[in-house]
Design a protein around this ligand. Structure first.
Ligand code: ADP
Length: 255
């Protein structure tokens, strides 16, 4: 029986040790409330991708549990995956498929009927200014267009939890603003968001809750205001620098 849950994500005591011995997650506890815009910040190697991949069923945790809207990512992985959508950092598109085929196959994989797929594809192509690239193969798209296609694909099956892994890395200002406008809108309409980003100001502006992760552990979690208070810092960037032990880089000290 599926437990009713209002939490978009509930992670309890999650551990991951890769073959070879690296312990990427060392007991993660994390709750994302439904409707939240949640930021996960941490340096390279902190365990962000391992956590996201565990949620998406791409990595099998060694210990602990994770559930998306009450569906366990291991024992009930099909439902968990249907509730979640991932826009990965790497543009992992099939280069030989057209934009339309990319979205259509994804929708089909999630059991959407043809008419529904067509309707959703038209809508997403319009939203992401991809309508005239409909029949272009992924390999022919510019970097920004690939990013848009990845986002459209993640949204195709209308996930209730959208996971964005560094969505604005290397993206121009125009696309960045366009993207946030759309993400903020779907968040207001009820989609829960899990965002990882290196743009800390972006997280500060967008996220209602932020978790700091390092060495496979959640160090602190709260609103940006709470974190600044706790670390006695003026900006979230300074909190972050303190977390990674690089306080000398604070902008206050820069001329
Ligand atoms: P982040 O996304 O925060 O940069 P990762 O989850 O990618 O962090 O990595 C966490 C740790 O796990 C790092 O030490 C990394 O080298 C290691 N790691 C990641 N993926 C693998 C893998 N497939 N096999 C072995 N070690 C891995």
């Amino acid at each position: 029986m599926v437990r009713q849950s209002k939490n978009a994500l509930e992670v309890k005591g999650l551990h991951k040790r890769y073959d070879g011995g690296v312990e990427a997650l060392k007991g993660i506890d994390l709750t994302i409330k439904e409707g939240s815009f949640f930021g996960l910040l941490g340096p390279n190697g902190a365990g962000k991708s391992t956590l996201i991949h565990s949620i998406m069923g791409l990595v099998v945790p060694t210990k602990g549990t994770a559930a998306v809207f009450g569906h366990d990512v291991v024992t009930d992985y099909q439902a968990a995956r249907a509730y979640a959508g991932l826009a990965p950092q790497e543009p992992n598109l099939d280069w030989f498929l057209t934009v339309e085929e990319t979205l259509d196959f994804h929708g089909g994989y999630y059991g959407m009927r043809k008419a529904k797929r067509k309707e959703r594809i038209d809508e997403l192509l319009e939203v992401f200014s991809l309508t005239d690239k409909r029949n272009s193969r992924a390999m022919m798209l510019s970097g920004g267009m690939k990013r848009r296609a990845i986002l459209a694909r993640a949204l195709m099956h209308k996930p209730k939890l959208l996971i964005l892994d560094e969505p604005t890395a290397g993206v121009d200002v125009e696309l960045r603003l366009e993207l946030w406008q759309y993400i903020k809108r779907i968040n207001k309409e009820g989609t829960s968001i899990l965002l990882t980003t290196h743009y800390i100001e972006e997280a500060e502006q967008l996220c209602d809750s932020i978790a700091l992760i390092n060495h496979g552990k959640i160090i602190h979690q709260g609103t940006s205001v709470e974190l600044k208070k706790q670390y006695k810092k003026k900006t979230l960037e300074d909190v972050y620098l303190s977390l990674v032990g690089r306080e000398e880089l604070t902008r206050e000290q820069a001329v």
